[in-house]
Design a protein around this ligand. Sequence first.
Ligand code: ZN
Length: 322
Amino acid sequence: MSFATAGIHHVTGIAGDPQRNVDFYAGILGLRLVKRTVNFDDPTTYHFYFGDEGGHPGTILTFFPWPDTRRGRQGTGQVAVTSFAIAPSALGFWIERFINKRVEFTPPQTRYEDERVVAFKDHDGFMAELVAHPAAESRPGWDGTGIPAEHSIRGLFSVTLWQESCEATGKILSASLGFRLVREQGSVFRYASGDEGSGTIVDLRCVPGLWAGMMGAGTVHHVAFRARDDAEQLEARTEIAAAGLSVTPVLDRDYFKSIYFREPSGVLFEIATDPPGFCVDEKLESLGTALKLPDWLEPRRFEIEALLPNIHPALELKGPNA
Ligand code: ZN
């Protein structure tokens, strides 16, 4: 039995100022800050995880806020756009909210027959979309940050990769990760996995001749796809290696286990396990309220806390264009 992912596990981006990052994603978008920890590879910087109430796979957007990093640029070889799912009836609510919060957005556009799309950016230029689609309603809403549950963001809808050429990536998606090519329109090839619902979609957009992406604030660092458990992750590892790509050993990220590899167009892909999840070291009610460190960094807590900037809970302040 070969590996077939159930869909996107999380997307990780790079941000500038940590407080503004929390204010935007929790304060304006109403996502829950489900984990406040440090970058395991650089414990003097934060790693924030946003998601639904429990931070379920498929709802998670994480950020490395690096206050001194320069702004990146979207281009080929990157996940350029991260899309969130909302219920079709929530579109008016979000347009009004974006106007009130001074978030610049594009007028709703129809994509295919059943998607209405509003594109917007955060303070760092991170490119995102709200996609109004009936499939969004298969996930429960959450009103913990004051947005009515029926209007709340229901996790990720899709990611869009910009590519010089889409063939090699399409081949990896279908041959090694269990995606299927489900649509082809103009220069966009849509792949889906699992039930083809919200959070299972990868759009490959061929933009030959466009400038190459540059990593920095406002860009995506990597996208992770789901493995049901450790055994399935090892299966995925075997498939990826068999496709001739170099893949890391299994790394323990405390909230999931991870393997990483670079797909042929240069985008960093991760396969992350669904378990154990974010309630492994905090209760559901208090997720994201304390700085959590992996056991091996606990002895350095005093020093780490002294180096990290203070963060207060999200304030509903003004958006990027205020
Ligand atoms: Zn990751």
